[in-house]
Design a protein around this ligand. Sequence first.
Ligand code: KG4
Ligand code: ZN
Length: 364
Amino acid sequence: MFVGAMRILGIETSCDETSAAVVEETGDAARPWAIRSNVIASQVPIHREWGGVVPELASRQHIRDICGVVERALTEAATTWTDLGAVAVTQGPGLVGSLLVGVSFAKAAAVAAKLPLVAVHHLAGHIESLVLQNGEMPLPAVVLVVSGGHTSLFRVDAPGRYELVSRTRDDAAGEAYDKVAKLLGLGYPGGPVIDRLAQTGDDRAIALPTTRLTHADRNAPELKGDLDFSFSGLKTAVLRHVRSRRPAGSAAQDAGPALPDSEIADIAASFQRVVVTVLIDRLFDAARRFQARSVGIAGGVSANSRLRAELQARGERRDLPTYLPSLQLSTDNAAMIAAAGLRKFREGATASLDLNADAALALP
Ligand code: KG4
Ligand code: ZN
């Protein structure tokens, strides 16, 4: 039987990736975890046909994939069920039918293998991807989680303690990428294709608005103002521009691609410049306000090449250490869930077997 550092199995099924991973403790406080395996079965080809994630198709595909993905994660990690110390699973937020597959599987596995169960918040997982990749961040830190479902700024004063500073009032940044790609006729998901096309476009070609929110949101009083995000106006501005460039009354007005490639590249570059500028400005505003000793960006959009480059450049100018996950750890994966689960387990936070998926789970 295996004796040694504790290993945990992580399971992630909150959206359109079925993922399982084995992560091990290192005993090194500065770099606490090592990835033994991280298997990701992406459903992107299934949802691409529909232009976005179809929840019912997602949960059905999770059911088909989960057993094989977990088996592969254990095999690749040279780990058996008896080598594990716990099972961690994403409890929420996400698509409820998708979350339920992971939560049900994790509960059954915990009972069958007599292992403790740990419930993980999806965004805590994204934040932990930074530590998994780079080791512990100097605290206090400010972390931006920016994905298809979230654009949220967190203050981290102590390891594993996350305080929400601000979030988007409407679309998430990744959602804006996906919607703009759709209206340009570029397919799903939008982030990677816009990122690629933007590299050949002129980022000043089109004037697009930057939203700055200065007052509290009456509908959500917890949103106070100047560090919040908003991307729906930007998306609408792109839509208006695209319509203005197509012949009035033409059938192609809302269906692309009717514009020349170079013009699409200019739109992609101009859109990306605004999104990245807003994200970086708010992050560094928050860092100054909270006297942060480091800043990080996690979540699917942190794979963006311009965002990565500008984070590093601004950090160097401000003499502030910057943190990013690897590209594989940027988008949804179970290694980050396993790492966040290990932290919670060491704090003594295990879940009971009546754990339920929570599509709108809050953090903390
Ligand atoms: O974290 P994630 O895998 O899933 C959620 O929790 O939402 O993020 C997916 C999002 C999608 O909206 C996708 O378009 C975006 O991340 N994304 C990118 C890039 N790669 C993925 N956005 C901008 N640039 C990229 N290179
Ligand atoms: Zn995510």
